[in-house]
Design a protein around this ligand. Structure first.
Ligand code: XLS
Ligand code: CA
Ligand code: CA
Length: 443
């Protein structure tokens, strides 16, 4: 007895297939460069959107038809685990991710919450013995319960700080138990509404204290997962401290934490911060801080975090370009932190959505790989900056100049030549890589 009985294991059938329950472009074993698609993409299913959420929004009740809805409490939590491993297996998903409260209901007390969690973690561990799906990361939900209204590590209440510490301590133990490759910190309530009531310096100092204690505990129990901060500028807080990669990086540097963290970059959070997805990936990459990715997309017409499944091929291509330039994501992966729309309420939609996301990233991978092979951007960019590899530019780079020398040089210049940036030409080239990526696809 299964939960998705009408669905068989999703297979790669190629672009000509008309089977909606087949991969058209994601061919897990196909080699792209020196790795298979599966190794490059390291897809992960987000437990909260796919198994826990019911489609409720601030204006309406849940809509999702889920085979586990008939249960409640711990019975429902157990049914979700069964359904989850069935879906993981049918998608052949390499990874999954969860918050503590996604997998097990909170109890009346912290102790009771721990007990619920222990029961479900044991069940998940048993499933993982025979499943090929591994835990990409887990995290503690420190934003839903009213106790976190003023924040968790940045709260004004020391008792809440202690409670948050207990949840992360337990989270690290669970991560170790299940072999998590990473541990994520997303601070939805780590921010403020108004400076009128906020001691920002104390809150930021406390956030750093919290992270140092988390690192100490991870060392103590020998948890070897990578610590990840997931930036987001706002929502639910008006102003979140981990605004974007650049802001979070300077925080980590100030508090001597930069060598112990990387970033988990979410596409929709990037756009909420007024950046592109690739800007955030790039900023993390050039600082050696690109850890993992929450693969989704926002809606340009809406100013909030819509967490849609990624289907924009231009975006997946530029994202994969950054990931390939980073030589992959290491312990990270592409986690579908994405939810089916409220009106895509059938269980089948969970499969359609994941297939769409996986195919979209497969196309992006293939196009980006070819762009890199042909060095279209690399060659253009190195030519554009060529003036810094010869003459005065080389001297600037080598530290052999000062303002006196540069002024003397500038006074001797007659015509200064500037070259076109050729953005439109480059964009047209990317379009042809996208169109060509699968033109000779095997069917
Ligand atoms: C919310 C975040 C959250 C994190 C994990 O916007 O994306 O789901 O990924 O806490
Ligand atoms: Ca996320
Ligand atoms: Ca989000």
């Amino acid at each position: 007895m299964g939960y998705f009985n009408n669905i068989n294991r999703i297979q790669y059938e190629g672009a000509q297939s008309t089977n909606p329950f087949a991969f058209k472009y994601y061919n897990p074993n196909e080699k792209i460069g020196h790795k298979t698609m599966k190794e490059h993409l390291r897809f992960s299913v987000a437990y909260w959107h796919t198994f826990t959420a019911d489609g409720a929004d601030p204006f309406g009740a849940g809509t999702m038809i889920r085979p586990w809805s008939e249960y409640s409490g711990m019975d429902q939590a157990k049914a979700r685990v069964e359904a989850a491993f069935e879906l993981f297996d049918k998608l052949d998903a390499p990874f999954f991710c969860f918050h503590d409260v996604d997998i097990a209901p909170e109890g009346e007390t912290l102790k009771e919450s721990y007990n619920n969690l222990d029961t479900i973690v044991k069940m998940i561990k048993d499933y993982m013995k025979t499943s090929s799906t591994k835990l990409l990361w887990n995290t503690a939900n420190m934003f839903t319960h009213p106790r976190f209204t003023h924040g968790a590590a940045t709260t004004s209440e020391a008792d809440v700080f202690a409670y948050a510490a207990a949840k992360v301590k337990k989270g690290l133990e669970v991560g170790k138990e299940l072999g998590a490759e990473n541990y994520v910190f997303w601070g939805g309530r780590e921010g403020y509404e108004t400076l009128l009531n906020t001691d920002m310096k104390l809150e930021l100092d406390n956030l750093a204290r919290f992270f140092h204690m988390a690192l100490d505990y991870a060392n103590e129990i020998n948890f070897t997962g990578q610590f990840l901060i997931e930036p987001k500028p706002k929502e639910p807080s008006k102003h979140q401290y981990d605004f974007d990669v650049a802001t979070s990086l300077s925080f980590l540097q100030k508090y001597d934490l930069q060598n112990h963290f990387k970033f988990n970059i979410e596409a929709n959070h990037a756009t909420l911060a007024g950046h592109t997805f690739e800007h955030e990936l790039h900023t993390a990459r050039i600082n050696g801080m690109l850890g993992s990715v929450d693969a989704n997309q926002g809606d340009t017409l809406l100013g909030w975090d819509t967490d849609e499944f990624p289907t924009d091929l231009y975006s997946t291509t530029l994202a994969m370009y950054e990931i390939l330039k980073n030589d992959g994501l290491g312990k990270g992966g592409l986690n579908f932190d994405a939810k089916v729309r409220r009106n895509s309420f059938d269980p089948d939609d969970l499969f359609h959505a994941h297939i769409a996301g996986m195919d979209s990233f497969a196309i992006g991978l293939k196009a980006a790989h070819q762009m890199l092979e042909d060095r279209i951007l690399e060659n253009f960019i190195s030519d554009r900056y060529r003036s810094f590899s010869e003459g005065i530019g080389k001297e600037i780079i080598e530290g052999k100049t000062d303002f006196h020398k540069l002024e003397k040089y500038a006074l001797g210049l007659n015509d200064i030549e500037t070259k076109s940036g050729r953005m439109e030409k480059l964009k047209a080239e990317i379009n042809s890589y996208l169109l060509n990526a699968f033109s000779n696809v095997r069917v």
